[in-house]
Design a protein around this ligand. Structure first.
Ligand code: HEM
Length: 430
């Protein structure tokens, strides 16, 4: 998805564009449209040619309301546009697709093991993954950050979950297929065939894994889920499978795009890169701005539990409501000069990790990973330049970059630092 500043207030309105169309995000640019929607139709009803319909919510405060108020807007019928018109079999089984109190019972124990504090011993592993990811930079030539980044979360989440390394590439591809089944590089059959096949393979994978791991749970995240109790009972097989899937998907399909879009913004604004290099203390605010800027999770879906009103529009019980996070993160009522990439933006209350009860449970892990990556990358590279066209993912869910070919001019000493780090690290242990 392109990230631009809308030049003016004309162009087609939401009636003329299908916001659920995956290709729109590969070739088009939703930002001018969202800007108009925020201004003129902040709560908008779209009806697709097949009769299915959904409300779009584009302003920051409305997005927060929809994500926060689970009594009016339920997650239990599914949280992505891909389920529009149907029901999600993971409802009330998977944390992400449930409401309190089921959700709370699943989330509370999981949040403890995914907290910043609990993940601290794991930080050296994340740094190892970063060094391994950056090592090919030393070869010179063209480095595709989107390709390298795609494998990045698999390496730290796969390690955290104890998933065998030989499965990482396959799982990376499957999770991307699950969120971009219409993308030409992932689609292999018509209609819902590609998505159904990816889901089938991923669920079969985790079903087998959970069965094997019962014999020897281990002390990783899957082992933890096997021993965990929700509401006084252990998780059932289907709950284990859905939640393993959700944890891996949550990490895999988002984090790489935060990295790629941040670097792309800095390629476009080399002075900001210089500023960051000159002052490493900017890393935390720069990462948050990168998250706001990229908004890798583009939307989340809810269904109205009863008739309700939002900005004067009458939403009926059962209606689907889409909260567009990418739009909320550009809301000019909240963010001064929202189309400016500002490394020092503060406050920066972005909703890239959502809001309310479902606020991303992986946010501490994602922040640790992004911090480790940028603390190595920024001092190592003096200048990135684009070495070819940027390709965007066809997905209405993930604002993704699938190809970002770059040439890097390394800073003096970067080679020695990265080589020494890789040599010292040894292999990533699983
Ligand atoms: C830059 C990286 C990430 C972004 C932008 C992101 C974004 C989000 C957002 C917006 C939500 C809210 C969903 C909703 O309201 O329905 C969410 C929830 C979730 N994320 Fe992330 N995520 C990221 C990284 C991760 C990682 C690393 C993991 C794995 C550990 C993860 C696992 C999850 C899970 C399991 C949920 C559901 C939480 C719940 O229902 O309580 N995410 N994420």
């Amino acid at each position: 998805m392109r990230i631009t500043a809308p030049p003016h207030d004309d162009g087609p309105g939401p009636g003329a564009v299908d916001l659920s169309d995956h290709d729109f995000y590969a070739t088009g640019d939703p930002h001018p449209l969202w800007a108009r929607m925020r201004r003129h139709t902040p709560v908008h009803l779209s009806t697709l040619p097949d009769g299915r319909s959904f409300w779009s919510v584009t302003r920051y405060h409305d997005v927060n309301t929809v994500l926060r108020d689970h009594t009016r807007f339920t997650s239990s019928r599914g949280t992505l546009l891909s389920v529009l018109g149907g029901t999600d079999p993971a409802g009330n089984r998977m944390m992400a697709a449930s409401d309190p109190p089921v959700h709370t019972a699943l989330r509370k124990p999981m949040a403890k093991v995914l907290s910043h504090q609990a993940l601290r011993p794991y930080n050296p592993q994340v740094r190892r993954v970063v060094h391994r990811m950056l090592a090919p930079l030393l070869d010179g030539g063209v480095w595709d950050l989107a390709e390298a980044g795609a494998r990045f979360p698999m390496a730290f989440t796969g390690t955290l979950m104890g998933l065998p390394e030989e499965d990482w590439d396959r799982l990376t591809r499957l999770t991307t297929t699950a969120i971009a089944p219409q993308d030409a590089d992932y689609r292999h059959s018509e209609g819902h065939g590609t998505l159904a096949a990816a889901h089938h393979e991923l669920f079969a994978y985790f079903s087998g894994l959970v069965r094997r791991r019962r014999r020897d749970p281990g002390d990783d995240l899957v082992g933890f889920l096997l021993g965990m109790e929700a509401d006084g009972r252990p998780l059932r097989h289907d709950e284990l499978v859905y939640n393993c899937y959700s944890l891996l998907l949550g990490a895999n399909v988002t984090t790489p795009h935060a990295v790629a879009a941040t670097v792309l913004a800095l390629v476009d604004h080399p002075r900001e890169w210089d500023r960051w290099r000159a002052d490493p203390s900017l890393t935390s605010t720069a990462i948050e701005e990168g998250l706001r800027w990229s908004s890798p999770a583009n939307h989340f879906l809810r269904h109205a539990t009863r008739d309700t009103h939002l900005r004067g529009r009458h939403i009926r019980e059962g209606d689907a409501v889409v909260a567009w996070l990418g739009s909320a993160n550009r809301d000019e009522e909240i963010f001064a000069d929202p189309y400016r990439f500002d490394l020092t933006r503060s406050p920066n209350r972005h909703v890239a990790f959502g809001f309310g009860p479902h606020y991303c449970i992986g946010a501490p892990l994602a922040r640790i990973a992004l911090d480790a990556l940028f603390r190595t990358l920024v001092p190592a590279v003096e200048r990135f330049t684009l070495a070819g066209p940027v390709e965007h993912l066809a997905s209405n869910f993930v604002a993704g970059i699938k190809s970002l070919p770059l040439r890097a001019r390394l800073s003096p000493g970067a080679r020695r630092t990265i080589e020494a780090a890789v040599a010292e690290d040894g292999p990533v242990t699983v």
